[in-house]
Design a protein around this ligand. Structure first.
Ligand code: GLU
Length: 484
């Protein structure tokens, strides 16, 4: 697809702010920006927007790189890989923004404002009280420093504001949403008293300097786009095209935030044991649909089919059940070695390599996320387990039979030598047959006695992992507890 009206090679970007744990929205934006760039043989840029020094968090930039790479994403230009428009950190580009702010001042598009924070707060409170539209009241506009200094609420170091014409009414054609006219902007600050640009100035200067042709970002930026387009027009720079992605939402349809939803943190997915392929598939599914409607697909398939018309602008709900389902699918498609490699960080410490292979591999079939493995295997490291009467009633034998079976199992297993898979199963089968009990319920009774829950690897593997002594001891303990 060529971009209508321009021959420029496609360039997209994400512009995360290093303000803490990387947000899931950053991965979501990266996915679609990268897919569109790849589809068009273009480039994908990562730029760090670190101009808000009050919210800057040390180390957060590296975490963004790490989590995006974990997802399999790569960028053609960025702070860590360099590129023709370096530097890619806004804090390293300050002189560039100052030059542009000076130009806008000289051309009458911007003006200095010396209003103190207190004065601006009072102004806003009064506007709210009188139910007036909020926005800067232009007290400083048209005044020299000396004139302004005579008036109340003056500070020494000014900011620079855009002089937004009344009824600017900027419209644009969004690639996902069609024609949009955001609300009238007010006189936005573009250069702060600390000499740093605000997001609005920096984003325009950088997108232009980096030759960004398509800005694909969250819908919360729609109203900012009006300010950005004004700046492009004043500066005579080519405007990029915009696509505003739907916001990811909680089940109650509120915006996903780190305060409300742990899944807003990208690292949460790593901690919980989701595979990167599953998360990429899940994020793509939030808003994007495949031509054939299938739900399981790879990033490359998103690239092949990419079309803004396939993005649904209505905020997709973050459906963890769907993610669990997808992750289960991806876990089951791993071979034994790959599954064990992925599982390793989640396993309880006490496992031998032998245990790991026999116990963990069978769990793959019923694991939705790898963090469940620790709980599924906690019985192995535990000193003792407890049989819950409700579990016994549901899955096991009635108490008197349960006691008989557990004692008989313990006695026969105690004499077993060697303590190995086929012999163990044969022994258990023989005991069940002799006692004339239900095999499934008898085995489940033993399982509850050994692991304290109705789910475990095959019974012989469970017993081998525990060893003969602990197996016999737990069976007897459970039998004794039933007697009490
Ligand atoms: N720094 C903004 C953010 O953190 C970037 C918004 C944009 O893509 O223009 O989301």
């Amino acid at each position: 697809m060529s971009t209508p009206g321009t021959e420029a090679p496609v360039r997209t970007r994400i512009a995360p702010s290093p303000t803490g744990d990387p947000h899931v929205g950053t991965a979501y934006a990266a996915l679609f920006n990268l897919a569109f760039a790849r589809k068009n043989g273009g480039q994908f840029i990562l730029r760090v927007e670190d101009t808000d020094r009050t919210r800057y968090v040390e180390g957060s930039e590296q975490q963004v790189f790490d989590t995006l790479r974990w997802l399999g994403f790569s960028w053609d230009q960025g702070p860590d890989v360099g590129g023709p428009a370096a530097p890619y950190r806004q804090s390293e580009r300050l002189p560039t923004y100052r030059v542009v702010a000076e130009r806008l001042l000289a051309e009458g598009r911007a003006y200095h404002c010396w209003c103190s924070t207190e004065r601006l707060t009072q102004m806003r409170e009064r506007q709210q009280l009188l139910k007036m539209p909020t926005g800067y009241d232009r007290m400083c506009y048209g005044k020299t420093r000396e004139e302004r200094a005579e008036l109340p609420g003056f500070t020494e170091v000014p900011v620079v504001r855009m002089l937004v014409p009344a009824e600017a009414r900027i419209s644009f054609t969004d690639l996902i949403r069609g024609e949009i006219t955001p609300p009238q902007p007010d006189d936005q600050v573009i250069l702060k008293a600390d000499g740093f640009p605000t997001y609005h100035l920096a984003v325009v200067v950088d997108d232009n300097a980096m030759g960004v042709t398509h800005v694909i970002r969250g819908e919360e930026w729609i109203s900012s786009t009006a300010k950005h387009l004004l700046l492009y027009r004043w500066l005579g720079w080519p405007e990029p095209q915009y696509a505003h992605m739907p916001l990811l939402r909680n089940v109650d349809r509120s915006k996903i935030s780190k305060r409300k939803n742990p899944a807003a943190r990208l690292k949460w997915f790593q901690e919980e044991g989701y595979l990167p392929e599953a998360l990429v598939n899940f994020l793509a599914l939030m808003g994007y649909s495949m031509p054939d409607g299938k739900e399981i697909f790879t990033f490359d398939e998103v690239v092949e089919t990419f079309d803004f018309a396939r993005i649904n602008p209505v905020g997709p709900v973050f459906d963890i059940d769907k993610l669990n389902w997808l992750n289960g699918h991806y876990l089951r498609s791993l071979d034994d070695d790959a599954f064990l490699r992925a599982a390793e960080p989640f396993l309880p410490g006490a496992l031998t390599a032998e245990d790991i292979r026999t116990l963990v591999v069978p769990l793959r079939e019923r694991t939705k996320k790898l963090s469940e493995l620790a709980e599924q295997l906690d019985w192995l490291a535990a000193d003792a387990v407890e049989v819950k009467p409700a579990d016994l009633a549901k899955h096991g034998l009635p108490a008197p039979d349960a006691r008989t079976a557990l004692e008989a199992f313990a006695k026969s297993l105690e004499e077993l030598d060697p303590f190995e898979g086929a012999q163990i199963t044969a022994t258990l089968d023989r005991v069940v047959a002799e006692l004339g009990l239900n095999r499934r319920r008898s085995f489940m009774t033993a399982r509850l006695a050994l692991v304290g829950k109705p789910v475990s690897p095959p019974l012989d593997d469970t017993m081998i992992a525990l060893g003969a002594q602990r197996t016999v001891h737990r069976l007897r303990q459970a039998a004794a507890a039933l007697e009490a």
